[in-house]
Write a protein that binds this ligand. Structure first.
Ligand code: SF4
Length: 213
């Protein structure tokens, strides 16, 4: 039992050795914008709109001056575009006014930006600044619970459980791997249990009544 977590992480790494974010970005600011756009849409869809967006608004100052209505039209492909546009402009205004036009590399600071929650902040810290983190999105939440890594009822509870069991050096990679597993195999509906590389460790498959999905 003591080896269960290392064995599970080993199987996860073997299944998804190169898992990383699929969002295209070249700076912390671009990753912040892309991650804010990614809520309830696919990374591919975000990557379709960001080249034009980054060309028009290359800095927080430029985005801070954008008209939210115009911006909503420019990001119409990602859904929830009006809310996201408002948040992007407000967050950029705060970056410009409070953080000297820089994305701050601190969780507490990122969480003060409008529209930035814990998941977005930790994704930015991990992928733009190399600060280990285990952001819990819908895939990580579902897969971690099915695997029996957490019985948490909220993303924060699951995050705490995962970070307590997994070494910090593996947090970021595990985040990406759990997401890939959730997208490709352990889908919300009709998970592909028969061909799952983690089946030996899964509570959901062996004791499905323990899952609340
Ligand atoms: S066995 Fe099924 S439920 Fe368990 S992790 Fe694999 S795909 Fe998900």
């Amino acid at each position: 039992m003591a080896k269960r977590i290392p064995d599970l992480l080993g199987a996860l790494a073997a299944a998804y050795p190169a898992a990383r974010t699929e969002l295209v970005f070249h700076s912390p600011f671009e990753l912040l914008v892309a991650t804010m756009l990614s809520a309830q849409t696919t990374d591919r869809q975000v990557n379709r709109v960001t080249p034009l967006l980054f060309a028009r608004y290359p800095t927080p100052e430029a985005l801070a001056a954008a008209d939210p209505e115009v911006l909503a039209g420019e990001i119409a492909g990602v859904g929830l575009n009006r809310t996201k546009a408002r948040h992007l402009v407000s967050a950029a205004q705060r970056l410009a006014a409070v953080f000297h036009g820089q994305v701050p590399p601190r969780l507490e600071d990122l969480l003060t930006l409008p529209g930035v929650g814990r998941k977005t902040a930790k994704v930015v810290l991990a992928n733009a600044f190399g600060i280990p983190g285990l952001a819990v999105d819908t895939h990580v939440f579902r897969v971690a619970r099915r695997l029996g890594l957490s019985a948490g009822r909220t993303p924060l509870e699951v995050e705490k459980d995962l970070e307590a069991q997994i070494p910090p050096t593996a947090w970021t990679a595990t985040h990406h791997r759990l997401i890939q597993h959730g997208r490709r195999v352990c889908r919300a509906r009709n998970p592909r249990c028969a061909s799952c590389p983690l089946g030996a460790y899964c509570l959901f498959r062996t004791q499905p009544e323990k899952s609340t999905d």
